[in-house]
Design a binder for this molecule. Sequence first.
Ligand SMILES: NC(=O)C1=CN([C@@H]2O[C@H](COP(=O)(O)OP(=O)(O)OC[C@H]3O[C@@H](n4cnc5c(N)ncnc54)[C@H](O)[C@@H]3O)[C@@H](O)[C@H]2O)C=CC1
Ligand SMILES: O=C(CO)COP(=O)(O)O
Length: 329
Amino acid sequence: MQTIGVLGAGAWGTALAATAVKAGRNVRVWALEAEVAEALSAGKGNPVYLPGIELPRVQASSDMSILADCEAILSVVPAQHARACFNELAEHLSPGVPVLLCSKGIEKKTLSLMTDVVHETMPKATPAVLSGPSFAADVARGLPTAVTLACADEKLGQTLMQAIGRSAFRPYWSNDLIGAEIGGAVKNVLAIACGIVEGLELGKSAHAALISRGFAEMTRLAVAMGAQQQTLAGLCGLGDLVLTCSSPQSRNMSFGMALGQGRLAKDVLAERNSVTEGVATAPALTELAAREGVAMPICQAVHEILAGQKNVDEAMTALLNRPFKHEGF
Ligand SMILES: NC(=O)C1=CN([C@@H]2O[C@H](COP(=O)(O)OP(=O)(O)OC[C@H]3O[C@@H](n4cnc5c(N)ncnc54)[C@H](O)[C@@H]3O)[C@@H](O)[C@H]2O)C=CC1
Ligand SMILES: O=C(CO)COP(=O)(O)O
């Protein structure tokens, strides 16, 4: 597998393109913005979404035909834009090409996971999932990182791992796509909750309790949707939850911190050009949890705050006054 396409040139798409180049691949990138594509093609990196990071020259364009003939595609567009992008990508994709889903979210309108969106829009593509604790800036700087690469076919999984992996970027194979997807999507909503706890200065004990009880929510939903429980204990579940809930480098966590400090969601979001995936995933998760009959009180509290149904203090009081119960998942 020599030629890799990257759909989406935000911070993560850029970091993954850099990784694939370092792993020895030819890399072609589709960027929404022509100026981003021009900068990437000129060897100037991505001054809009990942400034200050060097990226050796890649072929980039804002015309999606650049991805035709790639042997694998890394999809790194925000979850709410994936369907529209895949509809366009379908015209350029050869049958059977693996599409490695690297974004973390659930489609709000349909409650679809990204693999579902691939099946619906590109039925001949082979979906796989890449998810785990990995800040784009860390990966682009070549700092050590490990991620889950979930793919139903182990041989194809090995091929994809060889294509993009290297010593500083270590993929681990799993056959559990649903577990990998749910882990990545839920941790973003929980990171907003952790940020709120941090912004309210409720202390590290509350923070740790939230991570543990949030992990129980993530696992419950994933298992109800057919995932293996052990997947959630891995990089794409607990690993990413710990990373994202522990650092204001996370957009979701820093967004939550701002809410905890009394700022309005719309004001914080208006200041950003980057995506805060948990904002769209929170309402989707609340609906999914109801559909699957699982309790996700922390994620629901985040949704209620974002929907203006409760303020931060009311949501926190409601969580703290839930009945005492058995600790299990
Ligand atoms: N930044 C990170 O450290 C990591 C991000 N991710 C995931 O990767 C995905 C992309 O995030 P980032 O690369 O950080 O994005 P970003 O926040 O750096 O940039 C936003 C991206 O959204 C794109 N965009 C905006 N409107 C669009 C539209 N209508 N159609 C298609 N694309 C559109 C922009 O072109 C840009 O590429 C998200 O799902 C995120 O959760 C996953 C792991 C790490
Ligand atoms: O997914 C990430 C790290 O694994 C990035 O998290 P944020 O989108 O919250 O910055």
